[in-house]
Write a protein that binds this ligand. Structure first.
Ligand SMILES: NC(=O)c1ccc[n+]([C@@H]2O[C@H](COP(=O)([O-])OP(=O)(O)OC[C@H]3O[C@@H](n4cnc5c(N)ncnc54)[C@H](OP(=O)(O)O)[C@@H]3O)[C@@H](O)[C@H]2O)c1
Length: 266
C-alpha cells in the first residue's frame, strides 16, 4: 500500500475532487482527516472510508479563520499522531462572473481568503508538525486557471497563479527539511458542481447542455473531461514516495485542454 502508516489531511474532502482524493488515499492505507465548513458532508466521507475498513476523522474548519486551521492540525496530531501529507484542495467556487472593472473588494477578498490565505495557513500549521520530524509532502490543488488567464474570474485565476508561486517558494523553504511541495492543475473535471455550472450556463445562453458540452470538449485534445478519481490519482503520485525526487512542480491534469486555444469557451 502506497500510503501505509501515513496520516493525511485533505481539505474540501466532503465533495468533488477532495472526496475522491480522500477515498483513494484511504484505500492506499492512509489515515484521513477531512476538513471544511460542511460537517455533514465530511462525516459522510469519513463514514464511507470507515465502512471500507479505513480510518477517518471529520473536522469542521473554515480555512479563512486562523484559529480553526490551528485546531484542525492539532486534532489530526491528537487523534492520529502527526501529519505526513497535506492536500490543500478547498477553494471558494463562487459562480459569479465579473470583470475587474466591476470587481467588489468583498468578492475579491472572499476568493483570495480561501484559495490563497487558507492554503498558506494550512501549510504553516502542517509544516510546524512536519519539520521536526523531517518528513512530509504537501500537494496544492491549483487549476488550469493558474496557468492561463480566466476572464471574469480574475480572483479565482489570480489565487491559483499565487498558489503555484507559493508552491515553488515553499518547495525551496521546506526542501532542506526533507519536505516536498507540489501542485496539480486540473482543467474542467466531471464533478457535480461543474456539470451544474454548465447546465446553468447553457440555460443562460439558450442552448442545450449537450451542445455546450460538445463545444467545451472540442477544446480538449482527448475530447473528454477528467474524472475526479483521475485527478486523485495524480494527487496520490505527488503525495507518495513514487515522486520522492519531485518538488516545486505543477502537474497539469487537463485531458489536453492546455495545449489547444481555449479563448472561444470563455
Ligand atoms: N472541478 C473542476 O472542474 C476543477 C477544475 C480546476 C480546479 N479545480 C480545483 O479542485 C479543487 C476542488 O474543487 P471541486 O471541483 O471538487 O469543487 P467543490 O466540490 O466545490 O470543492 C470545493 C471545496 O472547498 C471547500 N471550501 C470552500 N470554502 C471553504 C472554506 N472557507 N473553508 C474550508 N473549506 C472550504 C468546500 O467545502 P465546504 O463548503 O464544506 O466548506 C468544498 O468541499 C479546488 O481547489 C478547485 O479550484 C476544480
Amino acid at each position: 500500500m502506497r500510503l501505509r502508516d501515513k496520516v493525511a489531511i485533505v481539505t474540501g474532502g466532503g465533495s468533488g475532487i477532495g472526496k475522491a482524493i480522500a477515498e483513494l488515499f484511504a484505500a492506499a492505507g492512509a489515515k484521513l482527516v477531512v476538513a471544511s465548513r460542511n460537517l455533514q458532508a465530511l462525516e459522510q466521507t469519513a463514514r464511507e472510508i470507515r465502512s471500507s475498513g479505513g480510518a477517518a476523522l471529520a473536522v469542521q474548519a473554515d480555512l479563512t479563520v486562523e484559529e480553526q486551521v490551528r485546531h484542525l492540525v492539532h486534532r489530526c496530531v491528537d487523534d492520529f499522531g502527526g501529519v505526513d501529507i497535506l492536500v490543500n484542495n478547498s477553494a471558494a467556487m463562487i459562480p459569479d462572473e465579473v470583470e475587474v472593472a466591476d470587481m467588489t473588494l468583498d468578492h475579491w477578498n472572499k476568493v483570495l481568503g480561501v484559495n490563497l490565505t487558507g492554503t498558506m495557513l494550512c501549510c504553516r500549521e502542517a509544516l510546524q508538525v512536519m519539520m521536526p520530524k523531517r518528513t512530509g509532502s504537501i500537494v496544492n490543488v491549483s487549476s488550469i486557471a493558474g496557468v492561463i488567464g480566466n476572464p471574469k474570474r480574475s480572483p479565482y485565476s489570480a489565487s491559483k497563479w499565487a498558489v503555484n508561486g507559493l508552491t515553488e517558494t515553499l518547495a525551496i523553504e521546506a526542501g532542506p527539511h526533507n519536505i516536498r511541495v507540489n501542485s496539480l492543475s486540473p482543467a474542467a473535471t466531471r464533478t457535480e458542481r461543474f456539470e451544474a455550472a454548465v447546465r446553468a450556463r447553457a440555460e443562460r445562453f439558450g442552448t442545450s447542455f449537450e451542445d455546450l458540452m460538445a463545444k467545451i470538449l472540442s477544446h480538449y485534445s482527448m475530447r473528454r473531461l477528467a474524472e475526479p478519481m483521475e485527478v486523485a490519482r495524480a494527487a496520490l503520485f505527488l503525495a507518495s514516495d513514487e515522486s520522492s525526487a519531485i518538488t516545486g512542480q505543477n502537474l497539469i491534469v487537463s485531458c489536453g485542454f492546455h495545449m489547444l486555444n481555449p479563448t472561444e469557451i470563455r
